[in-house]
Design a protein. Structure first.
Lengths: 111, 597, 339
């Protein structure tokens, strides 16, 4: 895979290129679950996350990336989620995080 | 003697079509059954179960005893239509046989006997039989009248909402509504012209003979039989594609169920029998809290099964369910609604792709040594008082305990299953099973009913006794290992869905509470208990809606006038505590406060 | 004869309103539920952002109320209010020409966030407990020793849908900064961490104090909300959060956890409002006519508000608002009775 991505990866800008990122998918997701925009980035979801305690998994970063139009690798990363639902119990904004994981996975090409 | 008339063609064609369609459906579904299921059928075919199934067919497909229990009026409606119609056919057969002996008469000869007696000049005027047939017709007509009435005013039938139907159903339903009135008209007209008939058709016939001119009677006589035959034919053609397929599907379903076939987390051919056995009676609508508390009217089991059957199931409908099992508890057909719902969620590409849960290898966060294992569960870690209480209880009885997830564990896998990712869930099942085996525990206690359910239903933990903490505490108390002091405190108890309806554990928590105080039951309890709304199974409703469900349920618990609300599920406790004005405790906390050392 | 105004609540807002009314020649009557005046400020150690002892504000205020001979009812709870008087729990009615609601707020009950272990772990305390400790025998751990590592958690019972508190309690951020500095002065060698979601420094001198806390007092600010706390065998507390600025989960063992509890609307507001026909905001506080010219007026003429009864406020804001309330009451009385 590394070889296939070689040329592309090298020229990829470090900055989040909002001008060129395709926000359609992100807007699609937000339209289905507007509460995603209510995230204040407190990190409670990741702090309590069963998977994040074991592996390098960060739901907050992943959905933030999606909202900026950065989808690369998100689907695979999001697959690490065990859907245990603890994050939904701690979210101070009452976001349906578990539904969101499934929604993002679906929109990023699962089914 | 002739038993043919042109008007019988719609009926004959319809009936042939229907039986062919039903036969093909049954054949297809049976052929597609997985090997395990086919083996089960062979294994159980020549057993007592088959006889039991026959009896159940009589009770449920004809008499509808279970609907009677839920709603007598609705039960009567189903019984009068099913059993009444069945008797009409049987008694009609006897009637023809009485007059003509055991001669081979084509089927339309039986159905349209009143017509053919005139054609063939048969002297068929036994008052007993005619009155009996009229009585049966009246029975069926009363059912039809109730069905009409139910459409108009469902509330009067003890149902807040009646089912909204699909197109196929509307055709079949309209045809069915006309079948028996049409028969009444046709037979009454026959009586009007030729005399005879029982108390119903005879009386109506002589009245018609009095008010309608003879030429007019003669003019509409044939068409009335045409109409009767046509609506019957139409009904038969629509039947295999409409909800009325349930009439014929429930029969094989009862047998298959008695032969131990069950739906699983993966879809399979057996599901067809369950899905199409739904009569769409709508009994599942009222208990649904999404309907009662949130006004959601498109996701109840009856709609879900309808959508699934017609291949128009949307993800939203599949996912918008608390899986509390309240509908399953009242379903008169006994359809495994929650399991079916789960396996239809498995629509997504359910891939445990390489590396997805690769991180589960070489992880062990457990601590302690003992033959008794304690698995708190993910949610319980947000309720430290529960864990602490369990530790106090373990200490009080001097139990050596191995703590599986005190420092964070791996999910039991049920949440993934509830979302249809059954293959992915297997990774968790394998991980935890391996962990339990490695520490050679003989008893596994968990505080989370969700975990408990997966340990019992989806794990193979032979040799390890899996207990909910309420069961474990009950045992400690009855064995005299744990001494507790009773007090004057009044408690009300909330049955968690997974523990109650899911695993039928109702008594253990109650006995535990009664050991330390007084228990007052909420209006809905045990099998009928309300869901807290916090269910993991629903990924559609938002936080505010979850709270609305919780609020009504909490209000019921508080209406008992209890001092403290008790539950035995971390998720339920979280939901209740958000909306309660009284202290909400886990059953372990209640006991830990009352330990006598 | 002077007009009489009943003030419900004898905290800072009630006292200040009473004094202002008195100076305008109106007769105030304070009805206080407690056995003395002072409200929530009583028992508070020092005030942000200047570290003025709370008693330096409260004591003169109470003295002046006493000197002005304001009539006070103690230990009396008001169950119902109307523009022409209030009814006490005893059934007694106190007639008036106008009524001021100055019943303040209720502290968020930290037990409701069970994941933080308040009431369960010995060394988890609230910001209010900390003030009491500083005011009394001093700050120690449950076993009497000094804490080496302290975490202060912002937004406990504020901005949290899970406990039905959507609003920001406004004063906790600056209180957290103030308490961190005070703890630093008590324990020069301790590590002090403030866990926050947002830092909201809205008042004069607040931002400066925040910066001072960072630079001068070496307080660590971690952007992330603690999600769970667990007690270790040696009674220390293990906390979990995400350090959102590095994007990684953070685990830490501390000696003491201070929960900055928020301000909730009084439970009684609902019944009082319903019976008096007053409007409540969605978070349960009384709703004012608007935030500008009607910021102390209720939707019922003759009923006014002062202080935190309409939403979280600092002591400074409360005192300023109380003067405004007195002036609005004065205008109202002139308009209605002195045509």
């Amino acid at each position: 895979m590394a070889i296939l991505n070689f040329g592309y990866a090298i020229s990829r800008p470090r900055a989040i290129d909002v001008d060129n990122n395709d926000l359609r998918k992100s807007n699609d997701i937000i339209a289905e679950m507007p509460e995603l925009q209510a995230c204040i980035g407190c990190g409670s979801c990741t702090a309590s996350c069963t998977a994040a305690a074991i592996t390098d998994f960060n739901f907050r970063k992943l959905h933030t990336a999606v909202r900026r139009g950065e989808y690369k690798g998100v689907y695979d990363e999001l697959s690490k989620c065990m859907l245990c639902g603890k994050c939904r119990l701690v979210c101070p904004r009452g976001i349906n995080t578990r539904g969101l994981v499934m929604l993002i996975k679906r929109k990023l090409g699962d089914f | 003697m002739t038993f043919f008339a042109p008007f019988t063609i719609p009926f004959i064609a319809g009936a042939l079509f229907m039986f062919a369609a039903i036969f093909l459906k049954w054949l297809w579904w049976t052929v597609k059954l997985p090997k395990v299921d086919r083996r089960l059928i062979l294994h159980n075919f020549f057993t007592r179960n088959t006889l039991v199934a026959v009896w159940e067919v009589v009770r449920e497909s004809l008499l509808h005893i279970r609907i009677f229990r839920v709603n007598p009026l609705l039960g009567y409606m189903h019984m009068s239509l099913a059993f009444g119609w069945f008797l009409l056919i049987v008694v009609g057969w006897i009637e023809t046989s009485v007059y003509l002996g055991w001669e081979m008469i084509p089927i339309q000869g039986h159905i349209f006997f009143k017509y053919f007696t005139q054609v063939n000049n048969i002297d068929a005027h036994s008052a007993l039989l005619e009155n009996l047939m009229d009585g049966l017709l009246l029975l069926v007509l009363s059912g039809v009248a109730l069905a009409w009435f139910k459409r108009m005013a469902s509330r009067a039938m003890g149902m807040r909402r009646a089912t909204k139907h699909a197109l196929y159903d509307r055709i079949a339903l309209s045809a069915l509504w006309f079948v028996f009135p049409a028969r009444l008209v046709a037979e009454s007209l026959t009586a009007a012209i030729y005399g005879g008939g029982g108390f119903l058709t005879g009386s109506l016939g002589s009245w018609l003979g009095g008010v309608v001119p003879t030429e007019m009677l003669a003019l509409i006589y044939e068409p009335s039989w045409w109409f009767y035959s046509s609506v019957l034919g139409l009904f038969f053609v629509a039947l295999p594609f409409s909800r009325y397929m349930h009439i014929f599907t429930e029969i094989p379903l009862i047998f298959l169920r008695r032969w131990q076939l069950r739906p699983t987390l993966e879809r399979k051919s057996y599901d067809n029998f369950e899905v199409e056995a739904c009569s769409r009676c709508g009994i599942c609508i009222d208990p649904c809290q999404l309907q009662a508390d949130l006004g959601i009217h498109d996701t109840q089991s009856v709609y879900y099964l309808r959508d699934r059957r017609y291949n128009m199931l949307s993800l939203k409908v599949a996912n918008n369910c608390l899986m509390c099992g309240r509908c399953e508890a009242v379903c008169p057909v006994g359809i495994n609604l929650t399991t079916l719902r789960i396996n239809s969620r498995a629509m997504r590409r359910n891939i445990p792709h390489e590396g997805r849960y690769g991180y589960l290898t070489n992880i062990d966060r457990s601590s302690g040594v003992g033959k008794v294992g304690y698995f708190a569960g993910c949610m319980t870690s947000l309720l430290p008082a529960v864990q602490r209480s369990m530790m106090q209880i373990f200490n009080a009885v001097g139990e050596d305990v191995w703590y599986a997830d005190k420092d964070g564990g791996v999910c039991c896998g049920r949440p993934l299953m509830l979302s249809g990712e059954t293959d992915a869930a297997r990774k968790m099942v394998a991980y935890n099973t391996d962990l339990f085996r490695r520490y050679e525990i003989t008893t596994l206690v968990t505080s989370c009913p969700i975990c408990l359910r997966s340990f019992r239903d989806n794990y193979r933990l032979d040799g390890i006794e899996v207990l909910h903490h309420s069961e474990y505490i009950e045992r400690l108390i009855t064995e005299g290992r744990l001494r507790v002091a009773a007090g004057a405190e009044v408690y009300s108890y909330h049955d968690p869905c997974e523990l109650g309806r899911g695993l039928k554990i109702y008594d253990s928590p109650r006995r535990v509470i009664e050991a330390v105080g007084t228990l007052r039951e909420a209006e809905h309890n045990r099998r009928d208990a309300l869901c807290c709304g916090g269910s993991l199974a629903n990924t559609v409703i938002d936080d505010g809606k979850q709270q609305r469900i919780a609020r009504r349920m909490t209000a019921e618990l508080e209406a008992t006038g209890c001092d403290t609300i008790v539950t035995s599920c971390p998720l339920c406790q979280k939901s209740i505590a958000r909306t309660a004005t009284r202290p909400t405790l886990d059953i372990a906390e209640v006991i830990a406060q009352r330990i006598v050392s | 004869m002077a007009y009489r105004v009943v003030i419900v609540g004898g905290g800072a807002a009630g006292m200040q309103t009473a004094l202002e009314l008195k100076s305008r020649g109106i007769e105030p009557v304070i009805v206080e539920r407690d056995i003395e005046l002072g409200g929530k400020v009583r028992g508070w150690h020092k005030l942000f952002p200047t570290f003025v002892p709370a008693s330096d504000v409260l004591f003169p205020l109470a003295q002046r109320v006493k000197a002005a001979r304001v009539r006070c009812f103690y230990g009396q709870e008001v169950t119902d209010i109307a523009s022409d008087g209030v009814t006490l729990r005893s059934g007694e009615r106190i007639p008036a020409d106008a009524v001021v609601m100055a019943t303040g707020f209720t502290l968020f009950d930290a037990h409701r966030k069970q994941e933080y272990g308040y009431g369960l772990y010995d060394n988890v305390i609230t910001s209010v407990d900390l003030e009491r400790m500083m005011n009394g025998g001093g700050v120690t751990l449950a076993d009497g020793t000094k804490p080496q590592r302290i975490a202060i958690l912002h937004c406990v019972g504020s901005r949290d849908e899970k406990v039905g508190q959507r609003h920001c309690s406004k004063v906790c951020c600056i209180t957290g900064v103030k308490q961190a500095i005070e703890l630093r002065e008590m324990f020069p060698d301790a590590d002090i961490f403030n866990f926050y979601m947002d830092i909201r420094m809205f008042g004069p001198g607040y931002e400066e104090l925040y910066r001072e806390a960072q630079e001068k007092y070496n307080i660590h600010f971690v952007r992330g909300r603690i999600s769970e706390a667990a007690e270790t065998i040696d009674k220390r507390i293990q906390i979990k959060a995400e350090d959102t600025l590095t994007g990684r989960p953070l685990r830490m063992t501390i000696d003491m956890l201070v929960l900055l509890v928020g301000m909730s609307a009084n439970y009684e507001n609902e019944g009082i409002a319903q019976r008096a026909g007053l409007e409540l905001a969605p978070n349960g506080y009384f709703k004012t006519v608007d935030n500008f010219l009607g910021a102390v007026s209720s939707n019922r003429r003759g009923i006014f508000y002062a202080g935190a009864v309409t939403g979280a406020k600092s002591l400074a804001d409360t005192l300023a608002e109380a003067s405004l309330t007195a002036s609005a009451v004065d205008d109202y009385l002139k308009e209605v009775f002195n045509k």
